[in-house]
Ligand binder design. Sequence first.
Ligand code: GCU
Length: 606
Amino acid sequence: MLERSQLAANALQALHDEDYDVPFNTQSLNHDGLIFMGGRQQTSMNGDWTFCVDLLDTGLRQKWYAMLPEAPENRTEPWDYDPYMGETVPVPSNWAMLKEKWYFFEGSAWYTRPLDLDEIDGTKRQFLRFGAASYDCKVFLNGEFLGNHYGASTPFCVELTGRLKPGRNWIMACVNNTRTRDRVPMRNTDWFNYGGLYREVSFFETSKSLIRDFFLYLVPDGTYSTLRAEVTVDGPELETARLAIPGLGVTLDIPVDETGRGKLEFSARPDLWSPETPTLYDVTVRFGEDLVTDRVGFRQIERRGTDILLNGEALFLRGISVHEDDARLGKVTTEEDLRRRFADARDLGCNYLRLAHYPHHERAAQLADELGFLLWEEIPVYWAIDFANPATYRDAENQLTELIRRDRNRASVIIWSVGNENPDTDARLTFMQGLAETCKNLDPTRLTSAACLVNHAQNRIEDRLADHIDIIGLNEYYGWYEENFEDLAAIGVNSNPDRPVVISETGADGVIGEKGPQKGLFSEEYMAEVYRKQIGTLRQLDYVKGMSPWILYDFRVERRQNIFQNGYNHKGLIAADKQTRKKAFRILSDFYHQIAASEEKAREAS
Ligand code: GCU
């Protein structure tokens, strides 16, 4: 903490030092620090945190994090903010949803709360875990900077071991959601730039020996009879980790090498997971005193030519895209909201959802495992990105690695997407090809994809990235952004893809109620007509093996400001109240239920 003399010097420096933030951008809180969380006991740090928006980064300049808690009357120096008192906000939340004046606020904001510990157990390690923080999150403990995390949608852990004291400790987080050239996404997105601590924060302890990572999967060799377990452990030398899968009668020791890595392949014949039969097995792994659990489903997803196969059977992905957005809560996710999302998808006749354009809350994939939905998960390499910037690549690869490490035990997740609608440049190709390789290195069990653009000049599917991904995601808006519908049919004829194509986006805006026009663009009827035509054309294209129209619910976005839009994208099949269904909902659900019925008949016949 700063002494009196230091405060004076600091006050001057705070006025002149324009590199004040450089020491606080180490990005040292990244995937290396992630810890496998299944079954761990956690103390919630949710609730009220003192809060202050800080447009000019005065907090870093004046070192607010180094201030001592002090009664106002006892303070000897003028101060501009006292992190230990004043206004509070609930965590998790987005500041945009809390006050009108914070709606469009972009910049830094300070969160502070105490962490009271009667005693510090020296035989244990102590950590904080953030489910996500948008975008840059600098973490301080008792005035000490512990590192920062880049990326708005993935979890990170902060080790506190050896830095805590019995009694009251203070945690501070400076969260900054400024849109900058080097970030992922960059400055321009068609979704709202929510900021803040909008997912759960928790405190947890582990033994000195801990399980950092655990990956369990069905070896994708078509025999459905071999499982592979991989563990990464930390701490004192122990020979093995003990794996148990009671439902399969499995209890085995995984030998761990000197680097803390262990892997083991063994025979087993699990009931295969599928949307129709979402079978999950309880699993435990013990390493010394550390114990983690998980519920894992086993399935094989693969592509063969232009087919997508699940457990050896051809599959059509009946999907819908969805954002993490809510008219009242912003980007905060609740169990109730997720269950409604899957219930609406079920009514739509879906077996698949595209979680766009960034990693959603980890509960989404857990629920999809239980309820039987297939998922496309994505990192926000969206539109323009500083593809030639190595720091930007590191950020993107870190977000991808954090996502994969968080969700790769989820049977529901079948596709990792490395981006959306990016220009087909050399720098982009290198960048996204690298990310696609990272997917395969971290996870040989899933398909890779990206939402690619149509080559309108050639009127065909043509993207150099297609050679480096398993599934070509195609965003096409014929009938909306592209007027000439015949072109969609022509693309079908002109294109001869050698791998499956999934229509990752299509659709049109439809504003319902008195705010919407009765006919023409933005009318509900116009939207319905686009869906009729889209379905009519797409169902003819053999190589189209799935679709996830844009989008399940209307969602908030700053860049949509015409008289019908009012700050919303209205391509939802359901309005932003998440209740009111538009005509197009029924049109798509009829199509999907037809497909499901014919697949069911085919299954019964076989
Ligand atoms: C794009 C983009 C979406 C966007 C949609 C739209 O394809 O990927 O993020 O919201 O089009 O324009 O509605």
